[in-house]
Write a protein that binds this ligand. Structure first.
Ligand code: BG6
Length: 300
């Protein structure tokens, strides 16, 4: 399988296929600057991103499953068609589905691109009776990584959905981290019976479990990691909401695929439509995009 993928979609020095953990197929994009990203076909799951400096920017749990029926813990799980719990499995089925490569390319400006696709199957229709196409376009540049998630209704009836990039950022020490850009935004506090309040702080800091949906936020968010003098900028379009999540100590202990102390070294800043369902009519498509860019050595 890897040889066939390499023969069809590989591009010397830029796009390479390999067996990842537990033999799951993995594609690595490498930019001329040395920037690199790994994407598992299982879930179209980006598990690693290192900008040109070589520093890893995404968190990946040491305890993660790497199995066809389990989500990977870390990187960027793609959440569709349901965020959270409900009739479907938690966070939907896209993150545990086998995606296919639809295209790979190196653009004339050197950006390395891969596009992955997932369509409904008998198994997905048994859970969720809709005909859909999901496309995830990943584009790697020297200091940025862009993901565009497109949802298409291929069927004959309207469907509602959530589509989310559930990004786990790596941090050196959660107590030295701030998330900026959400002041003045209403949030739904999942830890307080979905109470709605307005964020008053210019910067969100972490000293306890945090699990909030910020509704209809500004499109530029910044995660500042003071210990590493690093900023990761997150710029989104067509993705109205942001979830800020850290499980902290007790929840970390309850999660089987997450180390007890790993809450210290991650924060999730998720982008998508978690606060409300979006709707697509037959034949319609909608795209949401998130661009991550990293700057280290910043005086933060
Ligand atoms: C976040 C939710 O998006 O995902 C949290 O807000 C949840 O409530 C977390 O715990 C992780 O979910 P899962 O299904 O990957 O364990």
């Amino acid at each position: 399988m890897i040889e066939a993928l390499q023969a069809q979609w590989g591009i010397p020095t830029a796009v390479t296929f390999a067996e990842g953990r537990n033999g799951l197929p993995l594609v690595t994009l490498t930019h001329a600057s040395g920037a690199r990203t790994d994407i598992y076909l299982h879930g179209a799951h980006v598990t690693s991103w290192a900008a040109g400096t070589g520093e890893e920017l995404f968190f990946l749990s040491q305890a993660s499953h790497f199995a066809p029926d389990r989500p990977i813990r870390g990187g960027i799980p793609v959440i569709f068609p349901q965020f959270g719990g409900g009739l479907l499995p938690q966070h939907g089925f896209a993150r545990t589905s086998a995606w296919k490569i639809q295209n790979t390319a190196v653009a004339c400006d050197g950006a390395v691109q891969a596009e992955l696709v997932l369509e409904d199957t008998a198994a997905s229709r048994a859970l969720w009776p809709h005909l859909f196409r999901l496309q995830l376009a990943v584009e790697l540049r020297d200091t940025s990584l862009a993901l565009a998630l497109q949802v298409t209704n291929r069927g004959t009836s309207v469907f509602p959905y959530h589509a989310v990039l559930h990004t786990y950022l790596a941090v050196s020490d959660i107590r030295m981290v701030g998330v900026r850009g959400l002041q003045g935004t209403t949030y739904i506090d999942s830890l307080r019976d979905d109470l709605r309040e307005v964020e008053t702080r210019p910067e969100i800091r972490f000293a306890e479990e945090t699990d909030r949906i910020y509704v209809n936020t500004p499109d530029a968010i910044v995660m500042r990691d003071e210990s590493r003098s690093r900023e990761v900028r997150i710029v989104k379009t067509g993705m109205p909401d942001v979830v800020v999540w850290n499980p902290w100590i007790d929840k970390a202990r309850r999660m089987v695929d997450f180390g007890d102390d790993e809450y210290r070294t991650m924060v999730c800043v998720e982008t998508g439509n978690m606060a409300g369902l979006q709707v697509l009519r037959p034949g319609e498509s909608r795209v949401g995009q998130t661009v991550f860019s990293a700057e280290t050595g910043k005086c933060v």
